[in-house]
Ligand binder design. Structure first.
Ligand code: ADP
Ligand code: MG
Length: 591
């Protein structure tokens, strides 16, 4: 018998949520509570994407709930709008607010970002409270209920269904977004995500997309809230509410969309229990719930970082691997440069880090269909040279030309567009994503499909092409059997090879490999050497940094030797191998 599929279990859960309110023994307060949990779920799902997946911690989401709620409150009570008519306006207001706030906030790095969100979380609370048009701290009352046909949704059951329908939509859209080209870009943001720029990902854009998306979900929650509560006032949109939303995401499992839903449910029940229980336990304990939540947040961060959802998820069957359709049409390719034609020209390039000259007036060139070795002792400046070529850092002086065009002032993303791909000496894969998904980031520039179309699965044809390309490149480097494993489970040598597959997905004219053979066994090295020869035969030029001299000597057409940042020799492998200066640099002098 086959194990029940995750989809089946999901459907069962949805069915249970669907019939529960209709059962005679379901208490009425439970239905109300579940409705509120649904409202919070929307915000928490947004936070999962923003904080858990994208790595941007926000304490200020409650403010966006406020934007959504106040917009509809004002329009329905003062201007006679119907609730449904205000839904797009509420979303637009929230979206624009998120865009404006996001433009200044997502640029902040490290701890400044969460501090920034606290700042605007507090500001908007006071703004809501001090604007006379918004009713000050008393807020706005008399908000009409949502109508469907002839029915006013005032009954807790009706509201419950409406809210959870929106939650279901949010869950599906969020899954769609994460499982797409933009989703992979967002998932690569955690821990900086700068490497993704080397594959053409506009990380600032990805941050903004997820920020606005999370804001929109919060705005939707606010719109619903206003019509459920029938009144709004500033207090539910303040900083403590923002902390509570964050607690939901963290408790539930901030890396998982459904973690947001589970967390919202747990916090709703806790909230209810605390409000009833605490005052009984402790005299005047009405406001102690904030303290309890604070302690819970810290405890969850200390002891259960992944949250509840992964534990629940383990009870079910494993998720099906992402489907790969190898019959999908190939992605467009750029014709390789002519054999022997000048491709890369490095002219007197230097890079200083403070007093240290990491690269000192280095010049060399790479031609079409050539493998050039860049060798030298540790600290010679090889990786820094790679960073200069790919725009990860910019040169202090000198010029770099690629296919005749100056690229030394271009950002990494633009250099990737021109057909330079690289691997990193210190592997930069996203450990929680599968090898397939990681490698697919390499094809980011070759199938441009936006976030909006992926939300509604209009990107499936392009997505199949991207995934097929990633699968082909993985097979090409010999990792096919590891395709569906998390990248974090690969051995270091395999992870380096996976990086080569990712670089190949870019369809590069020039491939920069930083110590690709490190950590490989003998047979694997041979296999890698064969692959590089094949690539050269197909017209791809390669710049290779490698310490294994046999590997370098048998493979390269030309070698450039660096020592203390300066070029000390270059030429055919044989000549370089016998050069006294080179032997001196490596061995510290020869007799
Ligand atoms: P290689 O790859 O040849 O081993 P690197 O290019 O990594 O050498 O480093 C060259 C020199 O530049 C080393 O002395 C290193 O410490 C220094 N260096 C590299 N990156 C930085 C940086 N971001 N800031 C300061 N110094 C750096
Ligand atoms: Mg290095």
């Amino acid at each position: 018998m086959r194990a029940a599929s995750p989809r089946l279990i999901g459907l069962a859960a949805v069915a249970l949520m669907g019939v529960a309110p209709l059962l005679p023994f379901t208490p009425a307060f439970w239905i109300t509570l579940a409705g509120y949990a649904g409202l919070s779920s929307l915000v928490a799902i947004g936070l999962v994407l923003l904080t858990g997946v994208g790595g941007m911690t926000s304490f200020g989401q409650a403010a966006f709930v406020g934007f959504g709620a106040y917009t509809t409150a004002v329009l329905t009570t003062s201007f006679g709008f119907s609730p449904w008519a205000t839904l797009p306006v509420s979303l637009l207001t929230t979206g624009l607010a998120a865009l404006a706030i996001g433009l200044v906030t997502v640029r902040l790095s490290g701890h400044y970002l969460p501090l920034g969100t606290i700042a605007w979380g507090i500001s908007f609370f006071y703004l809501f409270g001090n604007l006379a048009a918004l009713g000050g701290y008393d807020g706005i009352g008399g908000i009409p209920p949502i109508r469907i046909g002839p029915w006013d949704l005032v009954d807790a059951r009706a509201i419950y269904y409406l809210i959870w329908l929106f939650v279901l939509i949010a869950v599906v859209l969020s899954h769609n977004l994460l499982d797409s080209r933009m989703g992979r870009a967002i998932r690569a943001l955690r821990g900086g995500g700068a490497f993704a720029e080397s594959f053409g990902v506009d990380t600032a854009e990805a941050k903004l997309v997820v920020f606005v998306y999370a804001g929109l979900l919060a705005g939707l929650s606010g719109w619903l809230y206003a019509h459920v509560q029938r009144s709004v006032s500033p207090s539910p949109f303040g900083l403590s509410a923002g902390i509570e939303y964050l607690l939901m995401a963290v408790l539930g499992g901030s890396g998982y969309v459904l973690g947001g839903v589970v967390g919202a449910g747990v916090v709703a029940v806790l909230n209810d229990q605390l409000q009833n229980g605490l005052p009984k336990l402790i005299e005047g304990g009405g406001n102690l719930d904030a303290i309890v939540f604070g302690i819970l947040l810290v405890a969850a961060l200390q002891f259960a970082r992944a949250g509840l959802w992964p534990m629940l998820r383990r009870l079910g069957p494993p998720a099906a691997p992402k489907s790969v359709d190898l019959s999908a049409p190939p992605l467009p390719r750029t014709p390789p440069p002519d054999k022997g034609a000048p491709l890369l020209e490095v002219e007197g390039v230097s890079k200083r880090f403070g007093g240290l000259v990491a690269v000192n007036d280095v010049s060399f060139s790479v031609r079409g269909g050539e493998i050039v070795g860049l060798i030298g002792p540790n600290g010679a400046g090889k990786s820094t040279t790679f960073n200069l070529l790919t725009g990860v850092t910019s040169a202090t002086s000198g010029a770099i030309r690629f296919r005749g065009e100056r690229i030394d002032r271009l950002p990494a993303r633009k250099i990737a567009e021109r057909g330079i791909a690289r691997t990193f000496q210190h592997v930069k894969l996203v450990p929680g994503m599968t090898v397939l998904e990681n490698v697919a980031i390499g094809a980011h520039l070759r199938a441009r499909v936006g976030a909006l179309s992926s939300l509604f699965r209009l990107d499936r044809a392009r997505e199949a092409e991207i995934i097929a390309e990633a699968a082909r490149q993985i097979a090409r480097v010999g990792l096919a059997e590891h395709m569906h494993k998390p990248a974090g489970s690969l051995a270091l040598g395999q992870a380096r090879v996976a990086e080569i597959a990712r670089a190949l997905c870019l369809d590069p004219a020039l491939l920069l490999l930083d110590e690709p053979a490190a950590g490989l066994r003998f047979a694997e090295k041979k296999q890698l050497a064969e692959l590089l020869k094949r690539l050269r035969a197909e017209g791809t030029s390669i710049l290779l940094v490698e310490h294994d001299m046999d590997f370098v000597m048998t493979l390269t057409d030309h070698i450039v030797v660096l020592d203390f940042g300066a070029k000390i020799a270059e030429g055919a492998p044989k000549i370089v191998a016998e050069s006294p200066v080179v032997l001196e640099a490596y061995l510290g002098g020869v007799e």
